[in-house]
Design a protein around this ligand. Structure first.
Ligand code: FO1
Length: 314
């Protein structure tokens, strides 16, 4: 079975770990969001690609969900001693090695997709990990009030998404082309899965790459709600949804993707009533336990997504 997954960070990485366990023989391609990418201290940092790579490769800091296990912060504290900015983004020493290597390969002219494949040779994530595009794309946040625009990471990490936003600009996306293999992976997939990632700033930028949404719409697509009982399972998706005027509910997020894109939508048992939402007309809604409390729970969710996909495949 060929499965293609559009992935954000922590939620997607944990779902993918479950998917690998649920479908050990499947050929899995992961298309990672690069809208969160940022250049700091001269280093190109790709949080979502790294979170997937480290999680599936066994190197993730499990408690934090991002960054390397057992990392130290010697470099960061030396930078702080120089007063180097920004002081709000935390980088571990082991993690910095990834960014140094990536940045020097990019500087030598290697495209991000090749750099990612090279980094994955070490981590052996057991999936093919592709960035959504080799072109630089960055998500910026439009702040309420003066309409000032700041990088997504500054809003998320420094401001903890507490400063109200009125929207997001996915800078560079209209000129971006899908990375090599992205459209083929979607077109050749038996099923496309949307993990419980942030629909606005994780899956949204991938779908905004020209050609991606049209390719996805032609497939059997099953999504997993990142909202349980009116609250995000993790992170601050509620703040992102509020910024674009979408209520924080499983039904509203499903309707945001829409019946044109989604064939199946997995919601938590407490959200079973989502199937009556007019915005989900024509979408097969199934209610299952959705809390990814451990790898076994993640595997059960992935299994439910695959069963629904099989049911819906013509
Ligand atoms: N998240 C934080 O909340 N604070 C940090 O200092 C931070 C640093 C960081 C470094 C590398 C990396 O790969 C991820 C990092 N994250 C950090 C997570 C990241 O900001 C976001 O959670 C994602 O971009 C959203 O998916």
């Amino acid at each position: 079975m060929r499965i293609t997954v559009l992935a954000g960070g922590v939620g997607a990485a944990r779902f993918l770990r479950g998917l690998k366990a649920a479908a050990p023989r499947a050929d899995i391609t992961v298309i990672g969001n690069t809208g969160d990418d940022i250049t700091l201290f001269g280093l190109r940092i790709c949080p979502d690609l790294d979170t997937v790579m480290y999680t599936l490769g066994g190197g993730i800091d499990e408690a934090q969900g991002w960054g390397r296990a057992a990392d130290t912060q010697t470099v960061l504290s030396e930078l702080a001693a120089y007063g180097a900015e920004p002081g709000w983004f935390s980088l571990g020493d082991r993690d910095i090695a990834t960014h140094l290597h990536r940045t020097s390969l990019l500087g030598a002219g290697m495209p991000l997709s090749e750099v990612t494949a090279l980094l994955c040779r070490r981590w052996q994530p057991g999936v093919r990990l592709l960035p959504m595009s080799d072109d630089p794309v960055e998500t910026h946040v439009v702040l309420a009030g003066d309409g000032q625009t700041i990088h997504f990471q500054e809003w998320w990490v420094r401001l903890h998404a507490q400063t109200p936003a009125t929207g997001f600009v996915i800078s560079g996306v209209e000129r971006a082309t899908p990375a090599p293999g992205v459209i083929e992976a979607i077109t050749n997939a038996d099923v496309v899965l949307l993990p419980p990632s942030n629909p606005v700033v994780s899956v949204g930028p991938i779908l905004a790459v020209p050609g991606v949404a049209a390719a996805v719409r032609a497939k059997t697509v099953v999504g997993v709600s990142p909202i349980i009982g009116g609250a995000p399972v993790r992170g601050m998706a509620d703040k992102c949804l509020a910024a674009i005027g979408v209520p924080t509910s499983a039904a509203a997020v499903g309707a945001h993707y829409g019946p044109d894109l989604l064939n199946g939508w997995l919601v938590a048992e407490e959200d079973a009533g989502a199937d009556r939402d007019p915005g989900l007309a024509g979408v097969a809604v199934r209610a299952v336990p959705l809390l990814m409390s451990d790898p076994q729970a993640a595997a059960a969710i992935a299994s439910a997504a695959l069963n629904l996909a099989r049911e819906l495949t013509p």
